[in-house]
Design a protein around this ligand. Structure first.
Ligand SMILES: [Zn+2]
Length: 417
């Protein structure tokens, strides 16, 4: 007599997604009339749809005769706990953790609606983002995979101190504080260590954007401690000096990378596109995650668009890898419009293939996850997006998301359902 409890679980039949075009890697030729077989949360096969139909056995079928399938998008710089206003500090400082939880859930859903299947969160309060990730991973909440830095390392009263990551770098024992901060995050399950190498806008009383907050030795200690734990380091650096310090210390990604010089006596922002620093960053292998894009098509040239394009072209000319990330959560960046970042890259001279790679293959490589996400390949996570049109013909096709699959789970975008 068979015991139903002891019998092995039925093998998931899997889902075969067929489309007019399948882009497995934006920088390789697409598969025309392609198919992707998903099973148990991973890609089980990729190939011509007809061939997969013959060999897949009994599976669920989803067909998009006019659609294009792409790898799930990666947003390398978000803040899920921020409320998408120009001053997210206000809600966080109010200390209502349930309100912050609700913000995280809403932002995660918006990211998924926009085709983002991996979001790297670079600044969180009280581990609430990591708590959400557990729910998303188990399927009890809709959201992308979240790679979390937890609270960013900053000096007392420094940039984003209100996220709880203040390190006492005074008193001659900065090293112990920095190492303890890395260890504490590693043990709590952080996926990346974030350090605020320069000041920023969200902290009015803190250091200005261009100014370094740590010395190079402190940054090097953090990099060494994080790498020893197998964790990459993201260095927030608006200033050219802080970018150079980050590169010399060996951080893995430079966040913002705004090439800012000390402000003039009139307080006006100045910029220093230093060739020496660009060469240093390129030689270090660090990628830059520039983060300003929302609505860029309406920015007047003289109000920043020209400069922004010049900086992006400057990075590319020097061979610095660029990765898509939009600081979603802060007023300038929203969760469902990573496409604005890609069209901005295209305006600065990238091909659609290269632009899409900054949110897929190239992003996965910069985040140290190329063996698992960023491409549609056998054994990779079943993360994909079905679009109505081909983004390699026009990147704005990324605005018409039909279906998102993350870890093999299907999600219908709010606008499409
Ligand atoms: Zn940020």
């Amino acid at each position: 007599m068979s015991d139903p409890i002891a019998s092995p679980p039925a093998r998931s039949p899997g889902t075969l997604i067929a489309a007019r075009r399948v882009i497995t890697d934006p920088e390789r030729a697409p598969l025309e009339h392609g198919g992707v077989l998903l099973r148990d949360g991973v890609v089980a096969a990729v190939g011509p749809a007809q061939e997969l139909e013959r060999t897949a056995g009994p599976v669920d079928h989803l067909e998009f005769p006019l659609g294009t399938v792409i790898p799930g998008l990666i947003n390398a710089h978000v803040h899920l706990s921020f409320d998408v206003t120009t001053d997210p500090r206000i809600a966080l400082e109010a200390g209502d953790l349930d309100a912050v939880r609700a913000t995280i859930a809403a932002n995660a859903r918006a990211a998924l609606d926009g085709g983002v299947t991996t979001a790297r969160d670079l600044g969180d309060l009280a581990g609430l983002v990591a708590e959400f990730e557990e729910r998303a991973a188990s399927g009890s909440a809709a959201g992308p995979r979240v790679l979390s830095a937890r609270s960013p390392l900053t000096p007392p009263g420094g940039h984003c101190w209100f996220l709880g990551g203040e390190i006492d770098t005074g008193g001659g024992d900065a090293e112990r504080g920095l190492r303890a901060a890395v260890d504490e995050r590693a043990e709590a399950g952080a996926d990346v260590i974030k350090i605020m190498a320069s000041g920023g806008d969200l902290t009015p009383a803190g250091a200005p954007r261009w100014k370094s907050q740590f010395d190079e030795r402190d940054l090097a200690i953090v990099v060494e401690a994080a790498h020893a734990r197998g964790l990459p380091v993201a260095g927030h650096a608006h200033g050219t000096e802080a970018m150079a310090q980050c590169a010399r210390a060996g951080v893995d990604t430079i966040e913002h990378g705004s090439w800012q010089a000390p402000s003039g006596a009139d307080g006006e922002a100045r910029h220093d596109l230093s060739a020496e620093v660009a060469e240093l960053v390129a030689a270090s292998g660090a990628a830059i995650v520039p983060t300003r894009a929302r609505g860029w098509e309406t920015w007047p040239a003289e109000a920043g668009l020209d400069l922004q394009l010049r900086k992006l072209a400057w990075d590319a000319e020097h061979g610095i890898p660029l990765v898509a990330g939009n600081d979603a959560g802060v007023g300038v960046g929203y969760f469902d419009d990573l496409v604005d970042t890609l069209t901005l890259f295209a305006a600065a001279g990238w091909s659609p293939q290269q632009a899409l790679a900054t949110a897929t293959t190239r992003a996965a490589a910069a985040l140290g996850r190329a063996d698992h996400i960023g491409r549609l390949d056998v054994g990779h996570s079943a993360d994909l997006v079905v679009l109505d049109a081909d983004p390699l013909a026009d990147l704005r096709a990324l605005k018409a998301v039909r279906l998102v699959v993350v870890r093999g789970r299907q999600h219908l975008p709010t606008a499409a359902s």
